[in-house]
Design a protein around this ligand. Structure first.
Ligand code: NAG
Ligand code: NAG
Ligand code: NAG
Ligand code: NAG
Ligand code: NAG
Ligand code: NAG
Ligand code: NAG
Ligand code: NAG
Length: 366
């Protein structure tokens, strides 16, 4: 159980040490989870008065890194583990939501170095609202002999299908994160250099870009470039805005003169192109990795000390603070699960509803 801690921004404005004493943890063995309200709306309408927070797991290996896609047929959440070495395949961690978050581990055929992921509605299938159990879609970062791209998995049969593994013959670097547009079915994804940075991909041969792929026709287009390391990607609930995180501050070394920034774009021309790139938020801790929105349009991102939450206008409203690098998180109905590699955390009794919860869980409120 965690009370919500109010942040005094005026006190912080003239005291650079303000935050270092507000809440602390032991980063070698983090056990503290705190809910920090930078703005009253965080307590009142985003988390709500009955939110509680706790640690679910603390392991000595990195089971909780990215993705966090839900599958309705199994009522499980699929979380990708962190890259360990080329000789140890990267696990996918399965969290059984019908059974007290119990966890198991799986490796899927042809999935080499999974990273981001989402639920996946193949062309022709009803796009959601719990109508048909979708499959899963993973970003495969590839390795020294396998291309990077997008791979779908049916978690009932554990079979996989390569959906995309090149850009009109050119190799991706290491595809990082993906969302499916709920109306067009297009897959929007980011490509970054982290496979090369971590020694499991050849040197990059293409810029860091944002792509849109139409799975029904194979049409593919670059919709944005100019990133140091394009990473998390997410739509606003009205699908008029696309958010893309740039984790450029971390490459071979950390250098905080590079971006740790979320950019926003207008999605135009019937959901096919981007316009009007602008800076949405620069984070004060680490770099923004996985990004998700809630149905009110607030933007949530995994950052250096937890999950940060901004209004659609870019006001920082609050943090789920854990004091360690947070790669991603997942919305469940009434809850948020937070991934910090070795640890998994839960905030329950949450009022905010993730943008995709209605579609993926078939729980549309009301
Ligand atoms: C921090 O955690 C590590 C690992 O559990 C432990 O060895 C160390 O004593 C802790 N440090 C403090 C100050 O509690
Ligand atoms: C709280 O955030 C809202 C935006 O959601 C903003 O309009 C308001 O000014 C903020 N309040 C304070 C006290 O900063
Ligand atoms: C649920 O799992 C937690 C660990 O995450 C454990 O402490 C607890 O005892 C379990 N509860 C039940 C009812 O199995
Ligand atoms: C994969 O998961 C198993 C537990 O099921 C664990 O023992 C192993 O260390 C994990 N591998 C990596 C590379 O994290
Ligand atoms: C899903 O259901 C919600 C609420 O019932 C509705 O607003 C939305 O339009 C539906 N979406 C689709 C893609 O059918
Ligand atoms: C693309 O990567 C594959 C290995 O995944 C490699 O065999 C091929 O030569 C690469 N193509 C180019 C154009 O670099
Ligand atoms: C798929 O993998 C999961 C996790 O290892 C396992 O529980 C399940 O039995 C497998 N299903 C099939 C059809 O092999
Ligand atoms: C940090 O990055 C900037 C921009 O790329 C570069 O100019 C600077 O030399 C770097 N600093 C260090 C200490 O590497």
């Amino acid at each position: 159980m965690s009370a919500i801690i109010p942040v005094d921004l005026l006190a912080a404005a003239t005291n650079p040490a303000y935050f270092s004493s507000l809440v602390t943890t032991n980063i070698s063995n983090p056990t503290t989870i705190a809910l920090l309200a930078y703005n009253d709306t965080f307590s009142t309408s985003i988390l709500g008065p009955s939110a509680t927070a706790r640690q679910l797991y603390s392991l000595d290996y990195h089971a909780f890194h990215e993705a966090g896609a839900h599958n309705l047929a199994t009522n499980s959440l699929y979380i990708t583990a962190n890259f360990a070495s080329l000789s140890t395949p990267t696990n996918v961690t399965i969290l059984d939501l019908s059974n007290n978050y119990s966890m198991s581990t799986v490796q899927y055929p042809d999935l080499h170095q999974p990273n981001g992921g989402t639920s996946w509605y193949p062309p022709g299938s009803p796009t959601g609202n719990g109508t048909t159990p979708p499959n899963l879609l993973f970003c495969d970062q590839g390795d020294l002999t396998h291309n990077s791209g997008l791979l779908s998995v049916d978690p009932l049969t554990n079979t996989s299908t390569i959906i995309l593994n090149n850009y009109l013959s050119r190799n991706f670097s290491s595809v990082n994160d993906v969302r499916q547009h709920p109306l067009t079915g297009d897959l929007w994804f980011t490509d970054a250099d982290y496979g090369y940075v971590r020694g499991f991909r050849p040197p990059p041969s293409i810029p860091k870009q944002i792509y849109r792929f139409r799975p029904s026709t194979g049409e593919i287009a670059v919709v944005a470039d100019g990133f140091t390391q394009s990473n998390g990607i997410e739509f606003s609930p009205d699908l008029k805005t696309l958010y893309v995180a740039d984790t450029g501050a971390i490459q071979f070394e950390r250098n905080f003169t590079r971006p740790a920034t979320i950019y926003a774009f207008d999605v135009v021309d019937g959901g096919t192109r981007l316009q009007n790139r602008r800076t949405f938020a620069y984070v004060d801790s680490g770099y923004p990795d996985g990004v998700h929105t809630d149905t009110q349009g607030n933007v949530w991102a995994g950052c250096g000390d937890g999950v940060h939450v901004w209004s659609a206008g870019g006001t920082l409203l609050g943090k789920i603070w854990v004091g360690v690098e947070t790669n991603n998180f997942a919305f469940l109905p009434g809850a948020v699960l937070v991934f910090t590699n070795g640890q998994l955390w839960a905030v329950e009794g949450v009022r905010a509803v993730g943008r995709e919860v209605c579609r993926d869980f078939g729980e549309c409120g009301g």
